[in-house]
Design a protein around this ligand. Structure first.
Ligand code: ADP
Length: 192
């Protein structure tokens, strides 16, 4: 099973991906998580990505396509994966198509979570508060300023990715405003 989850920041991609990992026994490939790990480890990629991530902007296509290509070659991704946070630009979607064609792989589903823009900031604030309550560290980009930049990046650079797939007739949409369990059910139904 090879899936892409699309949707704005705070749409619930990570929540649904975690459940699909359990259900299908395939890894979640989150470019956000991979980049945060690189920043934490202070790798060359992390050093390049840190400032732009903190501001809420997008890391270069070249870096992100590189880390995804490497990650897809790891043994645990051989039977499938859930892409979360990638592709985020049309150039990344085209690079993914080329990568899959080279490997002789096909996508089984591209699912977009649709969420009202007004709900997103409060979801991010809730996540930050819950993280603090649990004694964790809030993401450097989970604040109103960086969030605004993330939302703008989504609208300008990522919304066209939905159009890219819907133009090919491969995009499916789920109401991301429904309770988590219902969103999960809707995704299960789409995947048959
Ligand atoms: P969100 O919760 O906003 O969807 P992610 O955890 O997916 O956040 O990503 C956090 C940040 O990592 C993004 O704002 C961006 O700076 C960077 N990033 C993640 N994935 C990509 C990508 N595919 N292309 C460019 N930058 C990315």
């Amino acid at each position: 099973m090879r899936l892409i989850l699309l949707g704005p920041p705070g749409a619930g991609k990570g929540t649904q991906a975690a459940r699909l990992v359990e259900k299908f026994g395939i890894p979640q490939l989150s470019t956000g998580d991979m980049l945060r790990a690189a920043v934490k480890a202070g790798t060359p990629v992390g050093l390049q990505a840190k400032a732009v991530m903190e501001s809420g902007g997008l890391v270069s296509d070249e870096i992100v396509v590189g880390i995804i290509a490497d990650r897809m070659d790891e043994a645990d991704a051989r039977n499938g994966f859930i892409l979360d946070g990638f592709p985020r630009t049309v150039a990344q979607a085209e690079a993914l198509d080329a990568m899959l064609a080279r490997k002789g792989m096909k996508l089984d589903g591209i699912i977009e979570l649709k969420v009202d823009e007004n709900a997103l900031l409060s979801r991010i604030e809730k996540r930050a508060n819950e993280t603090v309550a649990a004694g964790g560290t809030v993401r450097a980009d989970d604040n109103p300023d960086a969030f605004k930049t993330r939302l703008d990046a989504y609208k300008v650079q990522t919304a066209p990715v939905s159009a890219y797939y819907s133009g090919r007739g491969t995009l499916k949409t789920v109401d991301g405003m429904a309770p988590i369990e219902e969103v999960s059910k809707a995704i299960d139904q789409l995947l048959g």
